[in-house]
Design a protein around this ligand. Structure first.
Ligand code: PLP
Length: 393
C-alpha cells in the first residue's frame, strides 16, 4: 500500500484546515481562560467567543443572539427536536422525512415513544421530498417540521426554501408564535450550500464544524428569536441558558474561521466539485457494467456520488479500496460496520440485488481529476474480481 491516500469520504468528516488550526492554537495555549471568568484572561476568551458568534451569524443572516454553540451536529438536532417537544403539554405532532440522519430519526422515534405523533414523509425515486406532501401532512397539532437540507448518503438537495415559502403563505409570520416550527438539518450543506436562514425561511438550522474543515466537537444551532426551546443540558447560564457547560472556546473560534473560509470560496468550489463529480459519475457508469447512480443526477451535493454495483457487497468493495489506499464509505459513517442496508436506500426502493453493493464517494478540497481517474481504474478491477466470485452474478 505505497500509493498516496485518496480520501473520498468528506461527508463523514473533513481534515482540519491549517489556517483554522492556527487560529485555534492561542486559545489552547496562552489564552486558555474560561469565557465566564471576570478577569482579563476570561474576558479575552469571552471576546473570542462573541466574535465567532458574530461571524457565524453574518453567514447565516441572523442575529448573533440567535446562534447557540453545541458539541456536534447530533446535539444541535437533539436540542431542536427535544427542545420543542419538551415545552409542549398536549398531544402534538412531528413531521420528518423518511431519509433523515439518525440524529433526527432516532430522536423522533424516542419522542414517539413518549407520546408525540410522528409522520415520515416518503421521498420519490430520486430521494426528494415533495413539498405538497409536507403541507398535506400538517395537522392542527403539528408543532415541528424537520427536513434535512442535503442527504448525507445520496446527497440529494431538499426543497427547503419551497417548503418555507409554502409555510409562510399558510401561516403568516411569526410562524413560531403560531407554534409551527420549521427545522432543517443542514449538517451536510455546511460550507457548500447557501446557509442564509432568511432565504431558506427556517426557524431552526443545525450545523457541525467537522464537516467544513473545522474541528470535531463543535455544533451550531440557529434558533430564531421567536422559538422557545427547553435546554437539554442543565447547569450554568452559558449560551443564554440554552446550553450549559463551559464553552469550547478554541473549537468555536475554529468553527467560525472554517465557516468563513468556506463561505469565501463557496461558489467557486461548488462549480469545481460539481464538474469533478459529473466527470467521475460519467466515468464510473461508462466503464463499469451494471452500475447505477443513486439519488438525483443533478439535484445533489456537488461532492456526492453514490453508486450501486449489481450482485456484490459494498463492504467488500470498501475493504479492497482501502487496501489500495482509497477511503470511501458504504453509507452514512454511523451505519458503516453494519450490513443492514440503509433506510435511505430502502426509501428509494433500490432493488435487493443492487442494494447491498452500494458505495458512497464524497469529494473535497484536495480531490483532483487524477485521484478520480485512479479510483475509477481501481474500482473497475475490484468490481470485476468480486463479481467473479459472486454467487448471484
Ligand atoms: N446530520 C447529518 C445530515 C449528518 O450527516 C451528520 C453526520 O454525519 C449529523 C447530523 C451528525 O453530526 P455530528 O457528527 O457532528 O454529530
Amino acid at each position: 500500500m505505497n500509493q498516496e491516500l485518496i480520501y473520498l469520504d468528506h461527508a463523514a468528516t473533513t481534515p482540519l484546515e491549517p489556517k483554522v488550526l492556527k487560529k485555534m492554537l492561542p486559545y489552547l495555549r496562552d489564552n486558555f481562560g474560561n469565557a465566564g471568568s471576570i478577569h482579563t484572561l476570561g474576558q479575552q476568551a469571552k471576546n473570542a467567543l462573541e466574535n465567532a458568534r458574530r461571524t457565524v451569524a453574518e453567514i447565516l443572516h441572523c442575529a448573533p443572539e440567535e446562534i447557540i454553540f453545541t458539541s456536534c451536529g447530533t446535539e444541535s438536532d437533539n436540542l431542536a427536536l427535544r427542545g420543542v417537544f419538551e415545552n409542549v403539554t398536549e398531544k402534538s405532532h412531528l413531521i420528518i422525512s423518511a431519509i433523515e440522519h439518525h440524529a433526527i430519526l432516532h430522536t423522533a422515534k424516542l419522542l414517539k415513544k413518549h407520546g408525540v405523533e410522528l409522520t415520515k414523509i416518503p421521498v420519490d425515486k430520486n430521494g426528494i421530498v415533495d413539498p405538497d406532501e409536507v403541507m398535506q401532512a400538517i395537522q392542527p397539532n403539528t408543532k415541528l417540521i424537520s427536513i434535512m437540507l442535503a442527504n448525507n448518503e445520496i446527497g440529494t438537495l431538499q426543497p427547503i426554501r419551497e417548503i418555507g415559502k409554502m409555510l409562510q403563505k399558510r401561516i403568516p409570520e411569526p410562524r413560531a408564535k403560531k407554534e409551527l416550527i420549521f427545522h432543517t438539518d443542514a449538517v451536510q450543506g455546511g460550507g457548500i450550500l447557501n446557509l442564509d436562514t432568511r432565504h431558506l425561511k427556517v426557524d431552526l438550522l443545525s450545523l457541525s464544524a467537522h464537516k467544513f474543515y473545522g474541528p470535531k466537537g463543535v455544533g451550531i444551532l440557529f434558533k430564531k428569536r421567536t422559538v422557545n426551546l427547553a435546554p437539554q443540558i442543565s447547569g450554568g447560564e452559558q449560551e443564554r441558558n440554552q446550553r450549559a457547560g463551559t464553552e469550547n472556546v478554541a473549537g468555536i473560534v475554529g468553527a467560525a474561521e472554517a465557516l468563513q473560509i468556506a463561505e469565501k470560496n463557496r461558489e467557486k468550489e461548488f462549480s469545481r466539485l460539481e464538474q469533478l463529480r459529473d466527470y467521475f459519475i460519467e466515468q464510473v457508469l461508462l466503464t463499469i457494467p451494471k452500475s447505477k447512480l443513486n439519488g438525483d443526477p443533478k439535484n445533489r451535493l456537488p461532492n456526492n456520488a453514490n453508486f450501486s454495483f449489481f450482485g456484490i457487497e459494498g463492504e467488500s468493495i470498501l475493504l479492497r479500496l482501502d487496501f489500495e489506499n482509497i477511503a470511501a464509505s458504504s453509507g452514512s459513517a454511523c451505519t458503516s460496520g453494519s450490513l443492514e442496508p440503509s433506510h435511505v436506500l430502502r426509501a428509494l426502493k433500490v432493488p435487493h440485488e443492487w442494494l447491498h453493493g452500494t458505495v458512497r464517494f464524497t469529494l473535497g478540497k484536495s480531490t483532483t481529476k487524477e485521484d478520480l481517474d485512479r479510483t475509477v481504474k481501481v474500482l473497475k478491477k475490484i468490481v470485476k474480481s468480486l463479481r467473479a466470485i459472486s454467487p448471484i452474478f
